[in-house]
Design a protein around this ligand. Structure first.
Ligand code: F6R
Length: 247
């Protein structure tokens, strides 16, 4: 795993995306995208670059990492609404190229299986962007998630429900389940970039770089991947002895 310490992880990430899209020779570039507080800055930079004609999404196919179960896509807390507001509503992506798990599907297990299949049929993920939870989760793969897990329905931990309650009126309103890409789905990506900002993520980064590879800290499982970069700000990297490596 490589480490980049950046004063502006969102800008660094957007610059990397710009380069990857410029280098891309394939017909379609497959991008996995997160929601949450961390990537907001990245999306602002992508939108700015798009307005300056530096990033073109016309051949990009996206798969969001996760979605709450039982939340209508039009509801403000739905990840679908988040993506529309922060990115998709402001760029030239083709509507049919946007994929987000449907948390209102009648059969959530079938929805997850179809999502996994669609990723496979698209040729797999070229570039996976993710944030990290305070408990080390990636997407909604909570501690203990199996390394061979695929897209599936998961129970959110009490910690995650409490952390995410800031987006709802109270913790009781936070859905208890979500649909998420699995650990194997993520590890199958050709490149993984994790963004981490703030002191609350410092323990997870310590486990990622300086602990064993264990499903107790899902982020540490990325040690098994050959092309992973963590872009952290100084606070998130504050517990690390690991020195930044060049990309
Ligand atoms: C969201 C996601 C989650 C978040 C994580 C960090 O799509 O997959 O794993 O990346 O919970 O959230 P923030 O960025 O709000 O700290």
């Amino acid at each position: 795993m490589k480490l980049i310490i950046s004063q502006n992880p969102g800008l660094t990430a957007a610059e990397i995306l710009k380069t990857r899209l410029q280098e891309n020779k394939k017909k379609t570039f497959v991008l996995a995208l997160p929601t949450g507080g961390t990537p907001v800055e990245m999306y602002k930079n992508i939108v700015r670059m798009h307005k300056n004609k530096k990033i073109d999404f016309s051949n990009v196919l996206t798969f969001n990492l996760d979605e709450y179960a039982g939340v209508d896509k039009c509801c403000p807390q739905a990840y679908c609404s988040f993506m529309e507001e922060n990115l998709f509503g402001q760029i030239d992506i083709k509507r049919e190229n946007i994929n987000i798990p449907n948390g209102m599907a009648k059969d959530l297990n079938a929805e997850c299986a179809a999502y996994e299949d669609k990723i496979k049929k698209a040729g797999g993920i070229d570039l996976f962007f993710g944030g990290v939870g305070e408990n080390g989760h990636i997407a909604f793969n909570e501690p203990g998630s199996p390394v061979d897990s695929l897209t599936r329905v998961v129970d959110l931990t009490e910690d995650t429900i409490n952390v995410n309650s800031r987006f709802f009126s109270c913790a009781a309103d936070v859905p208890k389940q979500a649909l998420t890409m699995g650990v194997k789905t993520i590890l199958s990506s050709r490149e993984i970039i994790i963004l981490a900002t703030g002191k609350k993520k410092a323990e997870a980064l310590k486990a990622a770089f300086e602990g064993p590879s264990t499903s107790e800290w899902i982020i540490s499982l990325l040690q098994k991947h050959q092309n992973t970069t963590v872009i952290a700000d100084a606070d998130a990297a504050s517990l690390l002895k690991t020195k930044p490596g060049n990309i």
